[in-house]
Design a binder for this molecule. Structure first.
Ligand code: TRP
Ligand code: SF4
Length: 329
C-alpha cells in the first residue's frame, strides 16, 4: 500500500507584491515540497488585519495578486490547495476554542510580539487580535492536522507554541486530535536588499518578482558596490558588494570569474551591473510570462480560489467535528 503523504501547511500575509527575498526565502521551498507532501498554501488575510486594521486598503485585491505571484513562481493548484484564510471560517472557530486553553503568558512572551510592539511606531498594536496573532496561526496549522510547517527562522517560536497547544489540547481532552507539527526551516538563500541589508519591505530595498523588465537595470544600478572602489581599475572587494551577492544567485557560472576580475580591477561596476541585470531578466522572463497570462484570466484565478476553498473547507470541517466532540460541544 502506498504510504499516506504527509500534510504541510504554510501561509503568507497579503501585504504586497512578492519580492525576490520571499521567492528564495520561502516560495522556492514550497514549490519543492509540493512534490512530496499534500500541501495547503493559505493567503492569510485575517493576519494582515492584525496590524493593518486602521487602514486595510484593498486586501481582497492583494490576495489575488499574491495568488498570481505564487502560481507564476511554480505553485501548482493541481497538486496543492491554494486558498484564502477568510474563506474557511472554521479557522476562526478553532481560534476561539483554542483561546479557552491558551495561557496568556504563552502569548505575551512570544518574541515576535514583544519585538513588533516596540516597533509599532504610530500604530496601536495593544489589541486583542494582535496578541492572538500566533494563536490564529496555530489554528491555521492544526485545523489541517499538518505534520510540518515550512517557515523562516523568525516564525519558529510560533510553531513551537503550536506544538505546545496541540499537546495541551490532546492532554486536556484525552484524545489525540492533533499531531504536533514539525518545523521545516526554509533553506534560506540569503537575499541581500539593494542596500546590502536583508531584503525586506520594511527596509524599502526590495525587487519585486513582477518588476517590469525595463526597470530591472534601474534597481540593479541602485545596489551598493564596494564603496572603496572609485575608479574602474581599482581592485575591488566582492564580499562587501550586493551586486556580487546577486551574481551568486542568478549567475553562478560566472561567479568565480567575476570574483577574480573584480579583485584585480579588471571589470568596472557598470559592466558588472549590466551583466547581472540581463541575467535577472532571463530568470524572470518565464515568470512574467505566466503572470501576464493569469492577470488576463480573472476567472481562472477565481476558480482556483473557489476550488481551494472547497478542498480546505472539507478538511477543516472534519477536524472541527472532532474538536467539538472532544470539548463536549
Ligand atoms: N505568521 C506568518 C508570517 O508572518 C504567516 C502565517 C500565518 C503562517 N499563518 C501561518 C505561516 C501558518 C505558516 C503557517 O510569515
Ligand atoms: Fe561589485 Fe562587480 Fe563592482 Fe566588483 S565589479 S565591486 S563585484 S559591482
Amino acid at each position: 500500500m502506498a504510504e499516506k503523504k504527509g500534510v504541510i501547511l504554510s501561509g503568507m500575509r497579503p501585504t504586497g507584491l512578492l519580492h525576490l527575498g520571499n521567492l528564495f526565502g520561502a516560495l522556492e521551498n514550497w514549490v519543492r515540497l509540493q512534490e512530496e507532501y499534500h500541501c495547503y498554501f493559505c493567503v492569510v488575510d485575517w493576519h494582515a488585519l492584525t496590524t493593518a486594521y486602521e487602514d486595510p486598503g484593498d486586501i481582497r485585491g492583494s490576495v489575488r495578486e499574491m495568488v498570481i505571484d505564487w502560481l507564476s513562481c511554480g505553485i501548482d493548484p493541481e497538486k496543492s490547495v491554494v486558498f484564502r484564510q477568510s474563506d474557511v471560517k472554521e479557522h476562526a472557530e478553532l481560534h476561539l476554542l483554542l483561546s479557552m486553553i491558551t495561557p496568556l503568558p504563552w502569548l505575551e512572551r512570544c518574541p515576535t510580539y514583544k519585538e513588533q510592539l516596540q516597533h509599532a511606531g504610530e500604530r496601536n498594536l495593544a489589541t486583542y487580535g494582535f496578541l492572538g496573532y500566533p494563536l490564529l496561526q496555530t489554528a491555521d496549522i492544526l485545523i489541517y492536522r499538518a505534520d510540518a510547517v515550512p517557515v523562516g527562522e523568525d516564525q519558529a517560536p510560533h510553531i513551537e507554541m503550536c506544538r505546545e497547544l496541540a499537546r495541551r489540547f490532546n492532554h486536556l481532552y484525552g484524545k489525540k486530535v492533533f499531531p504536533e507539527p514539525a518545523t521545516i526551516l526554509n533553506e534560506y538563500k540569503t537575499v541581500p536588499g539593494l542596500d546590502n541589508r536583508k531584503m525586506s519591505k520594511s527596509y524599502n530595498n526590495v525587487i519585486e518578482i513582477s518588476v517590469p523588465p525595463e526597470e530591472i537595470y534601474n534597481r540593479v544600478r541602485m545596489m551598493i558596490t564596494d564603496p572603496g572602489r572609485i575608479r574602474k581599475d581599482d581592485p575591488g572587494n566582492p564580499d562587501v558588494c550586493s551586486v556580487f551577492a546577486f551574481h551568486g544567485i542568478f549567475n553562478r557560472e560566472e561567479l568565480a570569474g567575476i570574483r577574480s576580475s573584480c579583485k584585480r580591477g579588471e571589470i568596472g561596476c557598470v559592466q558588472c551591473k549590466k551583466n547581472l541585470a540581463s541575467r535577472m531578466q532571463d530568470f524572470l522572463a518565464p515568470i512574467h510570462e505566466k503572470r501576464r497570462e493569469l492577470e488576463k484570466d480573472r476567472d481562472r484565478v477565481d476558480a482556483i480560489l473557489e476550488d481551494g476553498k472547497a478542498r480546505a473547507q472539507q478538511a477543516a470541517r472534519e477536524t472541527m467535528e472532532d474538536v467539538r466532540s472532544a470539548m463536549g460541544l
